[in-house]
Write a protein that binds this ligand. Structure first.
Ligand code: UGA
Length: 437
């Protein structure tokens, strides 16, 4: 185990998805000795060879650097990693079960295995997003197999895909949910080199802070999307309205970008899980139900706008679609509005040519040969009846739209992310539609 006179700890991180791999790598970068564990032998072999399974800016370089420095290693065996560990982070997946609740089977399987293999004091930390009460169950499962001393804590992750490394090193806060000072001191030591407020809470508060944060951010977006609906009906401009309300410090400017709604691996899953959690505790979270409904409708409004422009039917029309990922700077297409919109267009009998800077490979797996892929963004315009911007890659702003327009069958542009300026696009000869303006 580590030298208690330094802040350096031996840490095991179980799960090498976005959360586990980014946290493990960044913890290595601040000096800790990290072993990342995953049951997927191929993934571990790839990581050992320096190949990372996801696109995340800066991550590959950071993995390589820390492996070379001897602070980061990968294994399939939790039993091998455990004897050396001061702290174990559980960062395995918590997918949605059929009823919307978080499926905790992978978290509990790790807890069972820790219990079976433990022989000394460790702090076991839930890093995955897990419902209130999970730490208590993790504790009970370890206790079922191990009679010695250990602690269970909750340190939820707040990183965003696409800027996860920056988020790790410059967090708004680090939440440390513990049952006693001993665990609190050890985890404060772990995060000591990272600037940002360290907030010590109860385990249950930490668990809820994560869900409440994501649900609040999703609420902000659904709220601004509803205001955008009023803008479309009243002549107001959502960009001006969002800027105007965001200047109020009590509201703030972030997460007020109107568009085709939120997606990804977190908001959709976490918002539904919080609603379920509230229901399970006997409380009907009415506001959250509205937040979810507004988000689903926002995509439908966009598709309807496209249909209406083509007199109600897009059958036989050809669409160039810019974006596949659920947002920019990621290859992730989970719950992506872009994919949903493409599937709707295909169901309506339309033809689609799409482009994304990173997400093509993942999109191919779900769209299964039903669309064509362009190798350059401007190529989606060739012969298109309309172009749709559905992911907010900033690069799309700087395309040569004038040249693209000349290659289109009809110069119609639907901007689902308000990336472009209406007056500029109209000057360039587009029939331009966006959100809330
Ligand atoms: C989100 C949270 O922002 C992170 O703090 C959290 O750690 C993470 O979930 C998680 O639980 O692991 P992420 O899903 O990576 O991060 O993406 P966001 O940047 O939050 O965007 C989510 C969705 O909202 C995207 O589809 C994006 O296009 C949309 N969005 C975001 C808007 O439509 N408008 C906005 O103003 C902001």
């Amino acid at each position: 185990m580590s030298d208690t006179t330094t802040h350096i700890k031996n840490i095991t991180v179980v799960g090498t998805g976005y959360v586990g791999l980014v946290s493990g790598t960044c913890l290595a970068d601040i000096g800790h000795m990290i072993t990342c564990v995953d049951v997927d032998t191929e993934k571990v072999a790839n990581l050992q060879a320096g190949k990372i399974p996801i696109f995340e800016p800066g991550l590959e370089r950071l993995v390589k650097h820390n492996v070379e420095a001897g602070r980061l290693q990968f294994t399939t065996s939790l039993a091998d990693a455990l004897p050396n560990s001061d702290v174990v982070f559980i960062a395995v997946g918590t997918p949605s079960a059929a009823d919307g609740r978080a499926d905790l089977q992978y978290v509990y399987a790790v807890a069972d295995e820790i219990g079976r293999n433990l022989d000394h004091y460790v702090v076991v930390v839930d890093k995955s997003t897990v419902p209130v009460g999970t730490a208590t169950e993790v504790e009970a499962r370890i206790r079922a197999n191990y009679a010695g001393e250990f602690d269970v804590a909750s340190c939820p992750e707040f990183l965003r895909e696409g800027c996860a490394i920056d988020d790790f090193f410059a967090p708004d806060r680090i939440v440390i949910g513990v049952r006693n000072d001993k665990a609190g001191d050890i985890l404060s030591d772990v995060f000591e080199p990272v600037k940002g407020e360290k907030l010590i809470t109860t385990v249950e508060s930490a668990e809820l802070i994560k869900y409440a944060s994501n649900a609040f951010l999703a609420t902000k977006i659904s709220f601004i999307n509803e205001i955008a609906q009023i803008c479309e009906r009243s002549g107001a401009d959502i960009e001006e309205v969002a800027y105007g309300i965001g200047l109020d410090h009590r509201i703030g400017p972030k997460f007020l970008k109107a568009g085709i709604g939120w997606g990804g691996s977190c908001f959709p899953k976490d918002v539904v899980a919080l609603d379920q959690m509230a229901g399970d505790s006997g409380y009907d979270f009415k506001l959250l139900k509205g937040v979810i409904e507004v988000n689903q409708e926002q995509r439908m409004h966009f598709i309807q706008k496209v249909r209406d422009t083509f007199s109600g039917s897009v059958s036989g029309k050809k669409f160039g679609v810019l974006g596949l990922a659920f947002k920019d700077n990621t290859d992730d297409i989970r719950e992506s509005a872009a994919i949903d919109i493409i599937q709707q267009l295909l169901n309506d009998g339309a033809e689609v040519v799409a482009f994304d800077y990173q997400a093509k490979e993942n999109a191919e797996k779900v769209l299964d040969g039903s669309i064509e892929y362009a190798t350059q963004p401007q190529d989606v315009a060739h012969g298109a009846d309309a172009v749709l911007v559905v992911t907010e890659w900033p690069e799309f702003k700087h395309l040569d739209w004038k040249v693209m327009r000349e290659t289109m069958n009809t110069p119609i542009l639907f901007d689902g992310r308000n990336l472009l300026k209406p007056s500029t696009m109209q000057e360039q000869g587009f029939e331009y539609y966006s959100i809330g303006r």
